[in-house]
Design a protein around this ligand. Sequence first.
Ligand SMILES: *Cc1c(COP(=O)(O)O)cnc(C)c1O
Ligand code: SF4
Length: 461
Amino acid sequence: MDWTLQAPATKKYRAYGRKDIDQIAGLQRLPQEQRDILKAVSYVLPFRVNNYVIDELIDWSRLPDDPMYQLTFPQPGMLSEEHLNRVLPLVQNGADDRTIMEVVRPIQMELNPHPAGQKQWNVPKDAGNSMQGLQHKYRETVLFFPAQGQTCHAYCTYCFRWAQFVGIDDLKFATTEALKLANYLRKNREVSDVLVTGGDPMIMKTKVLRRYLEPLLQPEMDSVQSIRIGTKAPAYWPFRFTLDRDADDLMRLFEEIVAAGKHLAIMAHFSHPRELETPAAQDALRRIRSTGAVIRCQAPLIRHVNDDPHVWSTMWRTQVSQGCIPYYMFVERDTGPKKYFEVPLARAFQIFTEAYNSVSGLARTVRGPSMSALPGKVLVDGVIDLPQGRYFVLKFIQGRSSDWVNKPFLAEYDPKATWLNDLKPAFGEQEFFFEPELATLKPRGSSYETAVMAEGSAAPA
Ligand SMILES: *Cc1c(COP(=O)(O)O)cnc(C)c1O
Ligand code: SF4
């Protein structure tokens, strides 16, 4: 494909964290007290932006409501008043980091960065050794978390995922991990899809990513048909695919994957249409597609960021016009400052339906709103009025047991419910149809049955 870049010829990545807050010019619009609150919250919750997010995504004239600002900058409402009041006076009195962190750590624990059971339940075992970087929940798909890919070009404030590991930029380590992944796939030939996720795997240098992916291209790995990479880099740092020093090498790697006969899917996380509208993002998408990779788009529904049908319909239309395929709308999980971000299921369904109604069939490849819950991915597929009352129509689009998939089931309508475990089965039944079988699915050792009882803390990248 013939293409030329619309964006400037160089862009050097610069990250801004808590310590750089006073250097961000746009924040000078905020009163001092608001800046202090921002600092206080950023001791507790992840904060990282970069020069592209600052220069091209945030509309600084619309603080604090601007959706990209809400997505990336900690907000006062993300902490309870009680938590904020423990940290804010220390920040205002210029206490040192150590003193502040002593107060902050217990607060972080209370916010539950690692939902119970995640580590124990998600990790398959191979000849008794647990495979730390793997999750195998649904028969066809293995999630792979390269250790070097556990951070992101900027952080979404609702997400704790980035905190799972600290990055190790070590090629030798990548090689041994890649061998383990390849071995696992050789023994589990029912796996057709490898989903590389993080953090954001595109934070890795191309040569590290290559160590992981090249072994999957060998002829004996013919059971692996698709390689997916979950990433927010097209939104947060599109230069990863165009101007970064190893961007050309990355495009070559993508081409090699396609040439080896694999379906390569870039699972791009786009939260708001603005992320798709910059010349830099459009260059990145065009360039990725020119390698033969397919771009599928997904994001959680987040209050203050994209809880508006118009935002989603515009986003899906823009994705289609950029040659991308809308894939999932997620409901946000129970993590961190969930209260600040959460959208009730009934409202999520309404937003999805209004947006879905107003786009053409090419954008209706999207599915949602979907909860990645303990038993599987559960879609809120409708609201129905029966003589007995009003109900949610739910169905599995992925299940720990594949028998559960695509069978509608009902729950009592509850306008306040925000997650599957808030819902009650319809007609006074004691449990949902899948619960007896779910209770029998215990970790068993070496197959996908080891899979997840509780999940990671956010949508993949
Ligand atoms: C969403 C998800 C997948 C991929 O599911 P698809 O429906 O194939 O996109 C795989 N594993 C886990 C744990 C997931 O949450
Ligand atoms: S949602 Fe994705 S891009 Fe955002 S912080 Fe979490 S892992 Fe990183």
